[in-house]
Design a protein around this ligand. Sequence first.
Ligand SMILES: C[S@@+](CC[C@H](N)C(=O)[O-])C[C@H]1O[C@@H](n2cnc3c(N)ncnc32)[C@H](O)[C@@H]1O
Length: 347
Amino acid sequence: MRIGAVGENLLERLAVRLRLGPRPLLETHATLLLAQALMVATKAGVIEALAAAPLTPGEVAARCGGDERATAKLLGVLEATGYVRRSHGRCALTPDAQRWLLGGSPHSLRDNLLFRFVEWSWIGRLDDFLLSGRPLDIHAEMSPEQWGAYQRGMRSLAASLAREVAWRTKVPRGARAMLDIGGAHGLYSAALCRRHPTLEAVVLDLPAAVEQAAGMLEHEGLGGRIAHRAGDALTDDLGADAFDLVLVSNLLHHFAAGQSRDLVRRAARALRPGGVLVVQELFAPASARRAGQAAALADLYFAMTSESGTLSVDEIAAWQREAGLRPLRPVRFVSFPGAGQQSAVKR
Ligand SMILES: C[S@@+](CC[C@H](N)C(=O)[O-])C[C@H]1O[C@@H](n2cnc3c(N)ncnc32)[C@H](O)[C@@H]1O
């Protein structure tokens, strides 16, 4: 998937083909504005205002406590982008908006979009990263409010993937104990526990994360079958022969290679024989030549906000092999192109 200058009619398509369209203008001014329009429409309640019935821009403005003219302009962008449809002066949500933006949808990315306000300031510091090469230490600098937005944002992203994770994760027969390292909201643990009735999970995360995510775990209604453990994956003793399944989802991209290698080694030690270590990530493409735009942007984002970048399946499998595990064929998710699992079994 990519974003960029796409002609909307024959003349524009020709202009793009002939390199006449001001492509960098669209890729900077327009993308900045589009991102803010979606973020603000979400935050101000414009999307939710349209949940029940089509409204005029004046009615939307009244419900959101906004200015009518400004709201009409914002709705114009949502319409042109395919999130709103207008008929007889009234605006309604399109199926895309109902699926991705409405808070009540099972696929809602509403909370993830609200987390963009936190990321906005991080991304604005790209020039510092370019000059110094020093990444931001996001986990050390967030306020409690930002931690809350972070956890809610991760949870909403996980919600549309949890079902596929539950079905496709290789869980040993009769598995009883799972460790979810950097598991935050615990949604993947909850989905796996529902699918495997004998399974119980410990969700290990930093204390600031656990504080914000405790209510999310409670909301899953699995009682004592899932519990948070506040700690640090980089330094905690993970034990030995204690778990049938260890999940490390979207965590290794925060760590330097040496830290990841060490965590994989300690996770392998924590497994019982026959146990499975699942590393779930947005994978780096096999070769830089085949990297798409979204993958390259993710690689830059992870590099500037923490210690790593996207990781390749081969890199992860090599750490697993070094830790004495037998790597399995990678799983590529259907519901999140580019993401997947590299699992390995303890002999
Ligand atoms: C990108 S989120 C992924 C959350 C969840 N596993 C998922 O896939 O949706 C990374 C999580 O790792 C946690 N984390 C970062 N550094 C950690 C550390 N040193 N020890 C434990 N958890 C850590 C963060 O607090 C955050 O909840």
